[in-house]
Write a protein that binds this ligand. Structure first.
Ligand SMILES: *Cc1c(COP(=O)(O)O)cnc(C)c1O
Length: 326
């Protein structure tokens, strides 16, 4: 991966493999499922987190920072990617993790630390007793000045990076697909993906986000705002007035018990059979629920026969280590 050139990164994104996933359920529904393997864009730094970090790290470098700080949990794909990116591109990285330092680090945090990330644990009491700005001042006093990257790489810069995946997909398939599906946490990636299709002149293609959260009540508000800002700031549209209907939708109900929760037996069985049938590995928190949701909808007859559905493999495979996997 590269961060100096948009063109070089876009070229990498255009070379991401597209893999047809043939399963009995999709075949019976007469629907082709194509998986865009964004998990394979780079060996150590992959998935949507690589895209979301791209412009964030560029901004840090352009502003003259050599140190970046961000947040995450013990199995965070974002902190993992940030640590790998730091090692690759020469940034010092600080990873703030909520909670006391455990006796035994999770495999994710252990790898992050070995890649050079300094882990900063913050107790819940300390987190609650100070304002965010006070915490930032403390950390700047302790570690030196840093560029702040939002948790998960959320925000406009993150979405902007992800729009490259949508543009690259259109470059690869030239409109020969029905819709594009992606797993949603914050929905930053969905907003970016949808805006990327717009940028590529494919406003007619829908980006469908499958939420992995049980309570995703106002998720859509944030997505709408990021999408709108991205479409306007990137010049896809000139103003609010000229924005046509959005080309993204949020799909709920396939969270499988909620974020990071133990899987119900049917979901676990699906995980195993999908991997056996296609050879495509899935992560437990995001892509499993996406692919499961696509299959459930196929069984309900949601996809018209003859549809060609693209699923974005947003990575996260490092997180398998914290889970019992098939
Ligand atoms: C973080 C993550 C997501 C969710 O991305 P958002 O932009 O927060 O919606 C999806 N898939 C994987 C593998 C992730 O690590």
């Amino acid at each position: 991966m590269v961060i100096d050139s948009d063109d070089d990164f876009f070229k990498l994104a255009c070379a991401v493999p597209l893999q047809v996933a043939t399963t009995p359920v999709m075949s019976a529904a007469g629907v082709e499922l194509v998986v865009r393997r964004d998990d394979l864009i780079d060996v150590s730094l992959s998935g949507n987190k690589a895209y979301k970090l791209f412009y964030n790290l560029r901004a840090a470098r352009d502003a003259g920072y050599s140190r970046v700080l961000s947040f995450g949990g013990a199995y965070s794909n974002h902190l993992y990617a940030l640590a790998m990116a730091g090692a690759k591109f020469g940034f010092n990285t600080l990873g703030v993790v909520r909670g006391e330092r455990p006796k035994l680090l999770s495999p994710t945090l252990k790898d992050a630390q070995e890649a050079g990330m300094e882990l900063v644990f913050i107790s819940r009491e300390a987190y609650q007793s100070k304002s965010f700005n006070e915490l930032l001042i403390d950390w700047r006093n302790q570690y030196g000045d840093f560029y702040l990257i939002p948790e998960g790489g959320a925000g406009l810069l993150g979405a902007s990076g992800m729009s490259l995946s949508g543009r690259a997909l259109e470059e690869q398939l030239k409109g020969d697909y029905t819709s594009v599906c992606i797993a949603c946490g914050t929905g930053t990636s969905l907003a970016g993906l949808a805006a990327g299709l717009v940028a590529a002149g494919r406003h007619d293609k829908l980006a469908l986000g499958f939420s992995v959260l049980k309570g995703d009540g106002d998720l859509g508000t944030g997505i709408a705002e990021t999408y709108r800002q991205l479409c306007i700031t990137q010049g896809f549209y000139r103003s609010n007035e000229s924005l046509p209907a959005a080309n993204w939708r949020l799909i709920s109900g396939f969270h499988g018990g909620g974020y990071g929760k133990k899987h119900p037996p049917n979901l676990f069985a699906f995980w195993r059979s999908f991997e056996q049938e296609t050879g495509i590995p899935l992560d437990p928190v995001y892509t499993l629920k996406l692919i499961w949701g696509i299959h459930c909808l196929a069984q309900m007859g949601y996809w018209p026969r003859g549809s060609r559905i693209v699923a974005i493999h947003s990575g996260g495979l490092q997180g398998r280590r914290g889970f019992i996997c098939p």
